[in-house]
Design a protein. Sequence first.
Length: 139
Amino acid sequence: MNKRLEDGFSLIELLVVVVIIGVVAALAIPAFQKGIRAAENGTTFGTMRAVASTEVSFFSQNNRFARLTELNPLMGNGVGTLAGERIIRGRYTLEMNPVSPTDAELSSGYTITATRNTADDVLYKYELTQSGEIKQLFP
């Protein structure tokens, strides 16, 4: 009896497995990235709601709204990392418009934008005003 014992996989079988893994990865990675973006957008939206609430509290005590540099410590530095007059939170940059508002400007209102702009991704931009309304400006 001349039976040939097959040990291992043939090259064709290995190539088929590699192709299947490649197709699954090609489908799964964009969905995973979309989920990450949605989570980042959601946390930024939640942070902006907390900022709006803190601004109302600050205004009731000081007759003006707070700058980002004043807000972050009030919120236990939970907004993000200060970078000059801006705050970096993950891939988002929060800044006031104008960047350094005067007390007179802050007595009548404020505008805070959160911008997510990476070279390989879609631009997302949200805007928060003294009305407490958060608008999505981009996309």
